[in-house]
Write a protein that binds this ligand. Structure first.
Ligand code: GLA
Length: 367
């Protein structure tokens, strides 16, 4: 990577990359021990790194346009927390983490709900594991990256994003059981079905994402306690309908129905019935809008615009309160659907959205 040479005046020992993700379906199910079905984006974070002999890490980020240095005595904040958090989590797990110099570039859009932070954590983790020759099997890495995010950076997310960034395969969606962490790679070759996945970055400003996310998570945990189950994954719709608190009831209904939609989507994909997942996507959106209440006018408008432009299904992806919508469309209809969404945005006076077509890419790897 030429930036490493410019910043450090030497070639790196190696270059690693980890992608952002979109979630095809299964939102806010991960921290309820449920099911998710993300796939990796071609957009990724690239880390060029060299080992150094002191327990010190120097990290330059192109996106932040900043170079930071930290050692084991300090707590790093800002974007560097995702890097220092990985060093911390590896050490907590008993690994001898090598000191390193790193240069980081990324084309994962920031703050768009495409897991730029998980891409950063996963790329740094993969680089440090390789550089240090650490014995850390791939299936154990997402948990560690999640600890960096939860316990070091202080963001209470689930396991989906780091799992997607580390474990996805090109041409496949990752069917993840968030309780057992078992995965199955589900072929998701939309092109072969004459289809495409159109992602629309709504550019909606994220509003109170972290506090609203934490509130949703807390309500789900309260609902599980009220139902006397380990997690909402273990609840049924009839149990949920007996919940006394109407907010808990709506939130839990979203989680229980969403888990089922993931299973139904996986079943359809296994049978090659790609187009038929559209209605499940749209139902997932309605559930996020009405029961989980995590959508905003921009994402609702993008979904309605995509559907009226001919999409088979559309839904918001990610934590909510802004971010991206994904739509399943005919391969030759991407421009038309994008135009319908853009004109719906113009009618409402929203900032123009940014559409792009996504093909499932590979997970974290050494380049
Ligand atoms: C964010 C979190 C994930 C997951 C999604 C919602 O992306 O990082 O763990 O909870 O929101 O599905």
């Amino acid at each position: 990577m030429k930036q490493f040479l410019t910043v450090y005046g030497a070639e790196p020992d190696g270059v690693w990359a980890a992608p952002g993700r979109v979630n095809l379906i299964g939102e806010h199910t991960d921290y309820n021990d449920g099911f998710v079905l993300p796939f990796a984006l071609p957009q990724r974070t690239v880390v060029a790194a060299s080992r150094v002999d002191t327990p010190e890490w120097t990290v330059w980020s192109e996106q932040a346009d900043e170079r930071i240095t930290f050692d084991l005595s300090e707590h790093v904040s800002g974007w560097g927390a995702y890097v220092a958090g990985v060093v911390w989590a590896l050490r907590e797990a008993g690994h001898q983490v090598p000191g390193a110099r790193m240069a980081i570039t990324s084309d994962v859009p920031l703050g768009a709900g495409l897991s730029s932070s998980a891409a950063l954590e996963s790329a740094v983790l993969t680089a440090l594991v390789d550089l240090g020759g650490l014995d850390l099997p791939v299936d154990q890495r997402p948990r560690l990256a999640q600890r960096a995010e939860n316990e070091y950076a202080g963001i209470p997310t689930g396991i989906m994003d780091q799992s997607a960034s580390i474990r996805c395969r090109a041409g496949h969606a990752l069917f993840l059981d968030c309780r057992s962490l078992e995965v199955e790679h589900i072929p998701f070759d939309v092109a072969a079905a004459g289809l495409a996945v159109l992602i629309v970055d709504t550019k909606a400003p994220h509003r109170h994402v972290t506090s609203e996310y934490a509130a949703r998570r807390a309500t789900c945990e309260e609902a599980a306690r009220a139902l006397d189950v380990q997690a909402l994954r273990d609840a049924t719709l009839s149990m949920v309908s007996g919940l006394a608190d109407p907010v808990q009831r709506r939130r839990a209904r979203h989680v229980v129905t969403e888990d089922q939609r993931v299973l139904d989507t996986v079943e359809l994909l296994r049978q090659g019935r790609v187009r038929e997942i559209g209605p499940l996507m749209t139902a997932s959106h309605a559930s996020m809008r009405d029961d989980f209440e995590i959508t905003v006018p921009e994402v609702d408008t993008a979904v309605e615009g995509a559907l009226s432009g001919g999409a088979y299904g559309a839904r918001m992806t990610g934590g909510g309160f802004g971010g991206c919508v994904l739509a399943l469309v005919d391969a030759d209809a991407t421009d038309k659907v994008a135009a319908t969404v853009a004109s719906a945005f113009a009618d409402r006076g929203f900032t123009p959205p940014e559409p792009f077509v996504a093909v499932p890419g590979p997970g974290a790897t050494r380049l």
